[in-house]
Design a protein around this ligand. Structure first.
Ligand code: FE2
Length: 358
């Protein structure tokens, strides 16, 4: 008998334009005798959204830089700094930003109650103690980080999430006004993460009626957004926010596949951000996802987006080997995409050949 996934969902969710106004009341409800940490993308430092953060005097607003993919060392530093400076565990962590900031908040909220380095917790259900209350407020849509059971982290040895029942948010606030006017390239790269989640979730051994239904609807929304929409129209942003949520749920109940396996290698070795790394990888995967890649290319053309090419040209042999190692270590993705015999299809030589095209 197959062991079926029993996934922890987000506890509470609010959706709709202007819902950010309710964040203060939501957070106040969870205050005890400590303070709240607001983890905010440093892109917003000095901007209007940072001013609107409903922080009280005792709270801490920490601006976090996400030019690089989230790292275990940064999570550890944040945790240690908060505990050392204040001497107590906060009542909650509220993240305002894209997937990287949300992943930092998810990881931090686990690590505030669990000892040792966060790299020890990269894997499934390794944390012993529940996380502190944490809230996700996305300002970019596509990653599904708002709803996923994973906080993806790059550690000293691997890129792998802190995954499990304590990772998902207790509350998410989905306000489409917050994702209005994201720069077009970033809007596209991040939004395409959702499109690719759906294609990968649908195409593999772990797909099922639940993950398929979510992926199909999310795909339809992605089509409307990227074939007909733009970053500055509200209906598109509402749809993209829902697509991200449904795509994230779909992959949580199924799995991602070949594109993510390659994308993780690019991010781990070259530091390429997840969304753009996915686009670079997906662009070369016609053989595995013919219809998805054809539609992806149509969207790239429609939105006039440049997908970086030849980013692996000139890398060292050691870097190439590390990328291949990273990719082939993601067994759960390969089992989903190619089945038990995946090693016969995706050999080191084949992985190298694909990386050389990226
Ligand atoms: Fe992704």
């Amino acid at each position: 008998m197959n062991i079926l996934k029993n996934i922890q969902l987000v506890n509470k969710m609010i959706f709709g334009a202007g819902s950010f106004h309710q964040l203060g009341d939501i957070v106040d409800d969870k205050r005890a005798d400590s303070f709240m940490v607001f983890l905010v993308d440093d892109y917003f430092e000095g901007k209007e959204l940072a001013e609107r953060t409903p922080a009280r005097d005792q709270d801490r607003i920490l601006f976090v830089n996400v030019d690089e993919e989230p790292k275990t060392s940064v999570v550890d530093d944040l945790r240690d700094a908060i505990l050392q400076i204040t001497g107590k565990v906060p009542d909650g962590v509220i993240s305002i930003g894209g997937g990287s900031v949300m992943d930092y908040a998810k990881a931090l909220s686990v690590m505030l109650n669990n000892p040792g380095p966060s790299s020890q917790y990269q894997g499934l259900n390794l944390a012993q103690q529940p996380s502190v209350y944490h809230v996700g407020v996305p300002t970019l849509s596509g990653t599904g980080a708002e709803v996923s059971t994973t906080a993806v982290l790059t550690g000293p040895e691997k890129k792998l999430g802190i995954k499990g029942d304590f990772t998902p948010f207790h509350q998410i606030v989905l306000d489409p006004e917050l994702i209005l006017n994201v720069p077009r390239n970033q809007w596209f790269y991040t939004g395409m993460d959702s499109y690719i989640h759906n294609i990968e979730s649908l195409t593999g051994n772990y797909s099922n009626a639940l993950s398929d239904a979510l992926a199909h609807q999310s795909l339809e929304l992605c089509r409307q957004v990227f074939m007909y929409g733009s970053p500055d129209d509200m209906p598109s942003n509402e749809k993209l926010m829902v697509a991200s949520l449904m795509g994230g749920l779909s992959l949580s109940y199924s799995e991602v596949g070949i594109c993510h396996a390659f994308s993780y290698g690019l991010s781990y070795v070259l530091g390429t951000h997840h969304g753009v790394a996915n686009c670079i990888a997906f662009n070369q995967l016609e053989a595995y996802y013919p219809e998805g890649v054809a539609e992806f290319k149509a969207m790239v053309n429609k939105q006039d987006i440049e997908i970086p090419q030849n980013i692996t040209a000139g890398i060292s042999e050691a870097q190439m080997e590390k990328m291949i190692d990273t990719t082939l270590a993601l067994e759960h993705m390969w089992l989903h995409a190619l089945g038990e015999e995946w090693r016969q299809t995706m050999t080191r030589d084949k992985a190298r050949e694909l990386y050389q095209q990226m």
